[in-house]
Design a protein around this ligand. Structure first.
Ligand SMILES: [Zn+2]
Length: 110
């Protein structure tokens, strides 16, 4: 008689000596069933923790980016960083944006 059938008979007989074995099999079975669910929720949790979905502070375009890395807005190309789940311009606070002013070319000939 193969040992597996013997084991099955012993498990089915429900003797107290093998109850722990039946229990451990049930636990194992439950773990196998639960593992994908746990993995799915773990992935969701990880994504929620690591992915940020927020609007671009410059153009308002809503997109998803990784919280751990700096990214650029796919719409306007502005370099952005993630601060407390929101996108912020990469330029540090206090930096005054210098507007590029076009200076009209003056002729030196005058
Ligand atoms: Zn943008």
């Amino acid at each position: 008689m193969p040992w597996l059938i013997l084991l099955g008979v012993l498990l089915l007989s429900g003797t107290s000596g093998f109850k722990w074995l039946a229990d451990s099999f049930l636990i194992l079975f439950a773990l196998v069933l639960l593992l994908p669910v746990v993995a799915w929720f773990g992935l969701q949790w990880w994504l929620k923790k690591n992915l940020v979905e927020a609007p671009c502070p410059v153009c308002g375009y809503e997109f998803t980016g990784f919280a751990s890395t700096n990214c650029a807005c796919p719409n306007c190309g502005e370099p952005l960083q993630v601060v407390q789940g929101q996108f912020q311009r990469f330029t540090p606070a206090g930096t005054i944006d210098v507007e590029a002013v076009e200076v009209e070319g003056k002729s030196l000939e005058d």
